[in-house]
Design a protein around this ligand. Structure first.
Ligand SMILES: Cc1ncc(C[n+]2csc(CCOP(=O)(O)OP(=O)(O)O)c2C)c(N)n1
Ligand SMILES: [Mg+2]
Length: 667
């Protein structure tokens, strides 16, 4: 603003803002047409009416500053610098699109311009932006990350969790709330008890302001200040842009919830008309220039449509590409393996793995609740805070979805975060980030964004902590393509799997059974490390195969000893890697023994044991001499009293009995 209070702006500056808004507007108008022609399918959410926000914010961004957006992000994607051709091809679902056509309208991505999506989970991108900013701060970079979301997202818990993290850690992130007064058909006064989002963020500790989002000049000025603050180490900022969408929420929306007169009233504030009129009045735009601009944009759109029309569909053969990236082969050996065998508890083994990773890879940091000052709720991270400090052993507030999302954002930003979630029951609060984002991102982005995050958590029952701390839900994660799921059950795996997991370019979940933390055995040094791809045969035998993992391994081994006393030699296979399953080892073992019992602390219905049985049915049916059997937990929430808890869990005598029964069956 000039001293007189009137905006002062160069001709180029104003022309670019006008051009940017017009590009977004005309592009989306064409998309609406193409939608009615069924060239574009799925959900289509246009931001027509809201262009001043994207244009104003993007104006001052540098190419390497990251943007995280929503499903209403065509304008943001174009203005961040993705070519219109690639965006349009993505709208068509063609392989030349900016996400290989796999994402469509709601999932635009581009690694070159650091456009991280396109996120169709309302609020889902907010912690990712926090993590990207955290990675920049930890790596000493002075750039900002920008995160767009609607006022609807500001009702989600993850909004509060993420802003709190950004404020606590003073991260260089600028939050842009596009308050368009509706979340689908829900008006602002039904969404929020107090409609101004900036009050909420201010209360959290993020300096915030509200601007007229129909004025690109005001948005741009506010964004410039916020970006400067973020870049200069002053921490996060939030700008709430008061704006309005002129069209329906999506193409399926008959707009029953709002009065057409209200829409017309807002159209009077059209940000494009407003800027263009002002430019005409002040002589910043000359006769004929607007027409020339429109013509240039129409030509660009025509070209983009032509490009999309001519582009190819992804061939079916590459459907499975980029579900996961391959592991490096060979894996690098651990940098500091033990030199001598020694009696070691699983807890110590995990701790040493973490210590080694922190010491030998400066990108590694730990993040989670009570992992630092408290030493970890199961004391796995004990002493690491004292050795590595608060930055690298980072205590978080109680915010599973927020800090897990920040972890994957930090992984995208070049770090190697190890996120600890206290127990698998609590990980359900973070499932959105793990399943909807971390696991899907690589495929959804057409191979552009992999998420090398490691997430550790305790699992299992046996400590009388009842129904909300005791379940074995790891098999829920084994359902999800894109994740690697590990279940170390020996001291060697506990000690060395982490180093391998950190080399995985994909998200890895490590499940640590609570009853194994005190399990102590001689740790045999593994100078080459351990693999994270194969199951392990922990005991050989040819009469029957007992297949298990995690906390049930030692029950299966004990059952095998009891069976041996009866002259039955059981082979015990430790799955170790729950996804992707090493089916070859299972099939080979069953081909030798012809009988199998699967032992799984999860519930039977929909569980991992059933999956293993199905695989053996598909791949080893003709090797079997008896029906497969399984021993799982009783189908009840785990109760508190010890006698009942023990009754729920797989017991050695049940395994022995199942094996005997299986051996008694005649083909
Ligand atoms: C977690 C989640 N809940 C519900 C939806 C369905 N949904 C999609 S958009 C939307 C409204 C979001 O409103 P807002 O955040 O204000 O963004 P706007 O659409 O207004 O730009 C809803 C409820 C979703 N995609 N994700
Ligand atoms: Mg909204």
């Amino acid at each position: 603003m000039s001293a007189s209070g009137k905006p002062r702006m160069s001709r180029e500056h104003a022309l670019r803002l006008l051009r940017d808004m017009l590009r977004a507007r005309r592009f989306e108008e064409r998309c609406v047409e193409l939608y009615t022609q069924e060239k574009i399918r799925g959900f289509l959410h246009v931001c027509i009416g809201e262009e001043a926000v994207g244009a104003g914010v993007m104006f001052n961004l540098t190419e390497d500053e990251a943007v995280v957006a929503t499903y209403r992000e065509h304008g943001h994607a174009l203005l961040k610098g993705i070519s219109m051709e690639r965006v349009m091809a993505e709208m068509y679902g063609k392989v030349s699109g900016c996400a290989m056509g796999r994402g469509g309208s709601m999932h635009l991505f581009d690694a070159d311009t650091r456009f991280f999506g396109g996120n169709a989970i309302v609020g889902g991108g907010i912690p990712m932006a926090v993590g990207l900013a955290l990675a920049d701060k930890m790596q000493g970079r002075t750039r900002a990350t920008v995160c767009f979301f609607g006022e609807g997202a500001a009702s989600e818990g993850v909004f509060y969790e993420s802003l709190n993290l950004a404020a606590l850690w003073q991260l260089p992130v600028v939050f842009i709330c596009e308050n368009n007064h509706y979340a689908m058909g829900t008006p602002l006064d039904v969404e929020h008890a107090r409609g101004e989002v900036y009050h909420k963020s201010e209360a959290i500790g993020v300096p915030s302001e509200r601007v007229d989002g129909m004025s690109v000049v005001q948005v741009e000025a506010a964004a410039r200040n916020a970006l400067d603050a973020a870049r200069s180490g002053k921490g996060p900022r939030l700008i709430e842009c008061d704006t309005y969408r002129f069209r329906a929420h999506s193409m399926f929306d008959p707009q029953l919830y709002r009065d057409p007169a209200e829409v017309e009233a807002w159209k009077e504030k059209d940000p494009i008309v407003r800027l263009a009129d002002w430019m005409a009045q002040t002589g910043l735009i000359q006769e004929g220039e607007r027409e020339a601009l429109e013509k240039e944009i129409t030509e660009e759109i025509d070209k983009a449509v032509q490009f999309a029309e001519n582009a190819d569909w992804e061939p079916p053969e590459t459907l499975h590409d980029y579900v996961s990236l391959p592991l490096p082969s060979p894996l690098a050996p651990p940098p500091a393996p033990e030199s001598e065998p020694s009696q070691t508890s699983m807890r110590e083994a995990f701790n040493r793995g973490l210590q080694e990773a922190l010491e030998h890879d400066e990108r590694v940091f730990l993040m989670g609740e009570d992992i630092g000052r408290y030493g970890g709720c199961y004391a796995v991270t004990r002493d690491l805070f004292a050795e590595f400090g608060a930055d690298r052993v980072r205590d978080t507030p109680l915010a599973e979805n927020g800090f897990t999302g920040a972890g994957l954002g930090a992984a995208l930003g070049g770090m190697r975060p190890i996120v600890e979630i206290m127990t698998v029951n609590f990980s359900l609060l973070a499932m959105d980030q793990i399943v909807n984002t971390a696991a899907a991102l690589l495929h959804m982005s057409g191979g552009q964004f992999n998420v090398p995050v490691v997430i550790r958590m305790a699992t299992g029952a046996g400590r009388q902590v009842a129904a909300q701390h005791s379940h074995s839900l790891e098999n829920w994660y084994t359902h999800v393509p894109g994740l690697r799921v590990l279940a170390p059950a020996t001291v060697e795996d506990a000690r060395y799997m982490l180093w391998a997991a950190l080399q995985d370019p994909n998200p890895v979940l490590i499940f640590e059974h609570v009853m194994l933390y005190n399990h102590t055995a001689e740790l045999t040094p593994q100078p080459q490390g351990v693999d994270i791809e194969k199951a392990a045969i922990r005991r050989t035998g040819t009469d029957i195969t007992l297949i298990t993992y995690g906390g049930s391994l030692y029950k299966a081994l004990e059952a095998a000893e009891q069976l041996a006393a009866e002259g039955i030699e059981a082979e015990v296979v430790d799955l170790r890697v729950l996804r992707p399953l090493d089916t070859d080892t299972l099939v080979e073992s069953v081909a030798r023994s012809h009988r199998a019992v699967i032992v799984d602390e999860g519930w039977k219905t929909g569980g991992l044991a059933g999956e293993v049985m199905a695989i053996l049915n598909e791949r080893a049916f003709w090797e079997l001499d008896a029906p497969l059997a399984r021993v799982c937990s009783e189908e009840v929430p785990v109760p508190y009293p010890r006698h009942l808890e023990q009754l729920v869990l797989p017991r050695v005598e049940q395994i022995v009995e199942a094996a005997r029964r299986t051996l008694g069956e005649k083909p």
